[in-house]
Structures are given as structure tokens and as C-alpha cells.
Design a protein around this ligand. Structure first.
Ligand SMILES: Nc1ncnc2c1ncn2[C@@H]1O[C@H](COP(=O)(O)OP(=O)(O)OP(=O)(O)O)[C@@H](O)[C@H]1O
Ligand SMILES: Nc1ccn([C@H]2C[C@H](O)[C@@H](COP(=O)(O)O)O2)c(=O)n1
Length: 526
């Protein structure tokens, strides 16, 4: 990956194989930072396109990987981190249909791929690679796999087919179907596969641990494979001469319909060190957090055939938007914080005290669509909230030429909730402070001041109960929820340019108001 402008690169050894590309594509030397004989391929579609005449040029991949002839309509993209051992992914319905199962299985695995299995929110995840051999393994390694896999029958599913909208929806549908249809003795946990350090390489899925003896799980997996563009694998336990157990993975075969062919390749599960930060951050840009209007807009455009409401939302965006980057009128003050920290109470008092306009993100004009988009997978839900911010920005631009503007939630909320949801596990797994993930979008109007209201968890709970909304579904999962709130809070604090000013919102409403008015006077000269 070229650090400068995020293009795939190939090392010197691969140069021959990317030179012979079709007329549409060009190969150029990459930026000064990546000079060591490195070349990259540009294509009109922004993917590696190889026409039928160029097939030869993609055949020369590592021993483990094969690329069969692809038709002229199909695209091929390198997905392996170290290009020497490249795995090529083939896109295009015709190509996928023409490839036998064995090749499709390779799409979901690769020599440099890591797998992260998250069994419980607080437990250390199991990180493993797939190896052709039973390479040396410590007792601790073997014990880590045994603890995670147990003695149940094991299967994994990875959602790796179709475009990003289809993948996002397939993943959500798959999760619902697993919840609803698996036998009670079968539990499933999130499993992700990724290439360390390679952006957009994350593939999401699940690991199933099945204690049942019935064949219903297998039937279900066969159906999922047909209906959800997922690759399915099964795992078996082997014991070596020293009494040590080894788990090996192979392509799932339905015993009822697919006879044993003896051709399926087996890979051994080998634990490895988990990355310091959660791999979700590899896919975060333009999947969870959007940094340009056009990127969020593009997602809803891709949804128009499956979500008719997308077109209505995009029409509102078109109507409302004006070019707005910097605010040069009256001050714009944003209030952020977890639910029930007192944002609504304070924004209303500030509106009166400053004779200001009060705005919200998402704006009122999107209210009829919010519930619908809240039920969509993160890619689509987050694009909806991102577009809401741009509409609010246009409203801020108009209003701030007349009077101060107070905004109830804005980009900090969109980013902090998205990041905290995408990163499972503890706060330490969040992208590090200073990561590009926390950078304000360059084309979104910047407020003059962002105030983050904080109260203790007990006080927040008291306010929630006092408000009469009772126990939300989230509140019932207190343990998981506590972790989630910690991560939202921390993500809020890591966002830069503008960073939040933290306000202790535990005193009485009037005391909080006076404290905030004082801050506004100092910071915004009001
Ligand atoms: N400073 C305060 N002291 C005590 N109670 C407060 C204070 N500020 C707000 N409350 C009460 O806490 C509850 C939640 O406040 P509010 O609705 O303003 O929070 P919010 O941050 O806007 O919540 P949400 O994000 O869920 O809309 C309300 O019942 C409100 O009356
Ligand atoms: N600008 C915004 C506003 C809200 N959200 C999301 C984040 C939470 O899931 C939820 C909180 O909103 P509330 O219930 O307080 O109205 O909405 C966002 O992503 N961006």
C-alpha cells in the first residue's frame, strides 16, 4: 500500500506481471516514498482490471493461489498484503459462476490473512493464521485454541461476495438468520479476516460452535451459502503422536449433497499475536466514518435499488446543500455527549440566553427517514448520518449570518458512535490518538466551539430513569454497554480540529448553563 495516496503497489518481483495490462490501464512508478522498483496499476474504475487478453499477466501468482481465465467483463484485484504471495480476487458474476468451488474458497483465505475471533467483549480475542503445515506450536498456543474452539463442531462463514452494499446487508441478514434459525446448542461469535496494515481488507463473518448432534446446522449452512454470498468452512480436530490437538480448516461440504472428493485442501489453525488496535479500523474510512460529502452520497446512490428512501434523502441533500466550508458569521457552538447528559436541556437554555438559533443533526427534514436507516447495517446508517451533518452545515451557514447558532450533536457524535460500534472489545483497542480516523472532514463546516457534556455513569442512569424512558435494550446489557459508553466517550475526546472542551454537567441545570456561558464568552468572544 502506498502510504501517500492509498494505492495498491507491487514489488519488484511482480513488475513483469503487471506490465502487460490492457489499453485502458496504465502502470506508473509510485511516489518517492515507495520507489524501490515499485509499480502500480491505474484503471478507470479504480480497481485492477485485466481484460481477457491480459489473463497471462495475472497467472503468475504464488504457488498456493490460482487464477482461472476470467471473461472480458470481470475485474481482478490483488488482495494480499505482500505482493510476492499475491492472492487475486475475481469480481463479476460471470467469473464467479465459472470458477469451481475450490477457487471461490480461496477468495476468503490467503497466506497473509489473519483471523480475529472475538468470543466475549472483555476476553482477549483469539488471533490466528492458516498454515499448510503443523508448524511448531507452544503449549500456550495450543491451549489458547482449545479454550476458544472447545470440543464442539466448528464452522466459519465469511461474507465476501457482491458489492459493499450487498455485503453489508448480507452480513446483517446473516446475523439475524443465525439468531433466529440456529439450534440453541449452537452459538456464534464475530470472526473477521484481514491483512495487517492493508486498508479495506477486512472481511466480516462468524464462527459457529455447534454442540448439537443434529444435521440441521449443516442444512442451514448449505442454504446460507446459496443465498448470502458467503464462503463456509468447517474445522476438524486432529491429535498428533504427542497427544497435542490441532484444528484444521477446509471448505465446507454438505454431507447430504456433496460427496467427499478428496481434493479439498486443509489448513492448520495457528495462533498469532493480535494487532494492537482493532482491525475494524482498516475498513473504517468510508464504511463507518465519512470524510467527504461525495463519499457518503455515493453509498446512498448505491442503495437506490434496494432502499427506495435513499433517493428521497438524496433529493433533500441536493435541495439543501450549499458550498459551505468555513463559518465566518456569528459563533457556532455544538453540544455533544452521551444520551441523557443534558444536551437538550442546555441547548434550549442557551438558545434563550444568547438569542440563538437552535439546530440539530440529523436535521428535522430527515426525521421521517431516521428510523428506517437506523435499522440498516453500519455502512448505510453512517452514510445517512453523515449526509445529515452536511444538511445541518448548510442550515448553520444560513443562520449564522444572522445570529449565534447552537447545534445539538454534529460530526463528533457521528464519528464517535461509529468508531465505538465498529471496534469491539476494550477502550485500548480504539485507533490511537492522532490517527487520521479522528480528523474532521475537510469539506464540512467547522464549529467555533464543541462542548462535551459528561456526568458519572450513576448520574446518567438516574437522569435516564427520571426521564421515564426506563431500561433500554442497551441498558439491559449493562456490562457490554459500559464498555461501549467508555469507547464513545474516549472517541469524542480523541477527535481533532476542533477538539471538544469537556464540561462537567453534573451540577444543577442553571449552574451548568452559567459555566457554559462563561466558556462561550471566553472562547467565542460573545
Ligand atoms: N443539570 C442537570 N441536573 C439534573 N438533571 C438534569 C440536568 N440536565 C438535564 N437533566 C435531566 O436529565 C434528563 C435528560 O436530559 P436531556 O434530555 O437534556 O439529555 P440529552 O443529552 O438531550 O439526552 P438525549 O441525547 O437522549 O436526547 C431530563 O429528564 C432532564 O430534565
Ligand atoms: N449527528 C449525529 C447524531 C446522532 N447520531 C447517532 C448516534 C447515536 O446512535 C444516536 C444518538 O442520537 P439521539 O438518540 O441522542 O438522538 O444517533 C449520529 O451518528 N450523528
Amino acid at each position: 500500500l502506498c502510504n501517500k495516496d492509498r494505492h495498491w503497489r507491487v514489488c519488484g518481483e511482480c513488475v513483469e506481471s503487471v506490465r502487460r495490462v490492457c489499453g485502458e490501464c496504465t502502470v506508473r512508478r509510485v511516489c518517492a516514498e515507495c520507489t524501490q522498483g515499485v509499480w502500480r496499476v491505474y484503471c478507470a474504475q479504480g480497481v485492477w482490471r485485466v481484460c481477457a487478453g491480459c489473463v497471462e499477466s495475472v497467472r503468475r501468482v504464488c504457488g498456493e493461489c490460482t487464477v482461472r481465465r476470467v471473461c472480458g467483463e470481470c475485474t481482478v484485484r490483488r488482495v494480499c498484503g505482500e505482493c510476492v504471495q499475491g492472492v487475486w480476487r475475481v469480481y463479476g458474476a460471470r467469473a464467479l459462476r465459472s470458477l469451481p468451488n475450490m477457487s471461490v474458497s480461496r477468495l476468503a483465505r490467503g497466506c497473509s490473512r489473519l483471523f480475529l475471533l472475538e468470543l466475549e467483549a472483555r476476553a482477549e480475542p483469539l488471533c490466528f493464521i492458516l498454515s499448510c503445515e503443523r508448524s511448531a506450536s507452544t503449549r500456550a498456543d495450543a491451549e489458547a485454541v482449545r479454550r476458544a474452539f472447545g470440543s464442539a463442531r466448528l464452522f466459519s462463514l465469511l461474507v465476501d461476495g457482491g458489492g459493499r452494499v450487498q455485503r453489508a446487508r448480507s452480513h446483517a441478514e446473516l446475523m439475524k438468520a443465525l439468531h433466529a434459525q440456529l439450534p440453541p446448542e449452537c452459538i456464534f461469535s464475530p470472526l473477521t479476516s484481514f491483512l495487517p496494515g492493508v486498508k479495506d481488507s477486512l472481511i466480516r463473518g462468524f464462527l459457529l460452535r455447534d454442540e448439537s448432534t443434529s444435521s440441521s446446522t449443516e442444512r442451514l449452512l448449505s442454504d446460507f451459502r446459496q443465498s448470502h454470498s458467503v464462503s463456509v468452512f468447517s474445522y476438524e480436530r486432529e491429535q498428533d503422536g504427542d497427544g497435542q490437538f490441532w484444528w484444521c480448516q477446509e471448505m465446507f461440504r454438505s454431507p447430504a449433497t456433496e460427496p467427499e472428493s478428496g481434493q479439498s485442501q486443509r489448513f492448520y489453525v495457528k495462533p498469532t499475536t493480535a494487532p494492537e488496535h482493532h482491525p475494524a479500523m482498516l475498513n473504517m474510512i468510508n464504511s463507518d466514518v465519512f470524510y467527504r460529502l461525495e463519499d457518503a452520497y455515493q453509498v446512498l446512490q448505491e442503495c437506490k435499488n434496494v432502499i427506495p428512501e435513499s433517493m428521497a434523502v438524496l433529493e433533500i441533500v441536493d435541495q439543501q446543500l450549499e458550498a459551505c466550508k468555513q463559518n465566518e458569521g456569528f459563533p457556532v457552538i455544538v453540544l455533544e455527549g452521551l444520551d441523557a447528559t443534558g444536551k437538550t436541556t442546555l441547548t434550549e437554555s442557551l438558545q434563550k440566553a444568547l438569542a440563538a438559533t437552535l439546530l440539530k443533526s440529523p436535521p428535522q427534514c430527515l426525521a421521517p427517514y431516521r428510523q428506517h436507516f437506523d435499522s440498516e447495517p453500519p455502512l448505510i446508517r453512517r452514510a445517512f448520518y453523515a449526509l445529515g451533518n452536511y444538511i445541518t452545515a448548510a442550515q448553520i451557514q444560513r443562520e449564522s449570518s444572522q445570529r449565534p447558532v447552537i447545534v445539538d450533536r454534529y460530526w463528533h457524535s457521528t464519528a464517535a458512535y461509529a468508531i465505538a460500534t465498529a471496534v469491539s472489545g476494550p477502550v485500548e483497542k480504539l485507533p490511537a490518538l492522532g490517527s487520521e480516523i479522528y480528523e474532521w472532514p475537510s469539506d464540512l463546516l467547522r464549529p467555533n466551539l464543541v462542548l462535551l457534556l459528561t456526568v458519572s455513569p450513576q448520574e446518567r442512569l438516574r437522569r435516564l430513569q427520571h426521564r421515564g424512558l426506563g431500561q433500554t435494550e442497551e441498558e439491559t446489557q449493562l456490562e457490554v454497554n459500559h464498555l461501549f459508553r467508555q469507547k464513545v466517550d474516549e472517541a469524542y475526546k480523541r477527535i481533532q480540529n476542533p477538539a471538544c472542551v469537556v464540561v462537567d454537567a453534573s451540577p444543577s441545570p442553571d449552574q451548568v448553563l452559567q459555566q457554559v456561558l462563561h466558556l462561550i464568552r471566553i472562547k467565542c468572544h460573545l
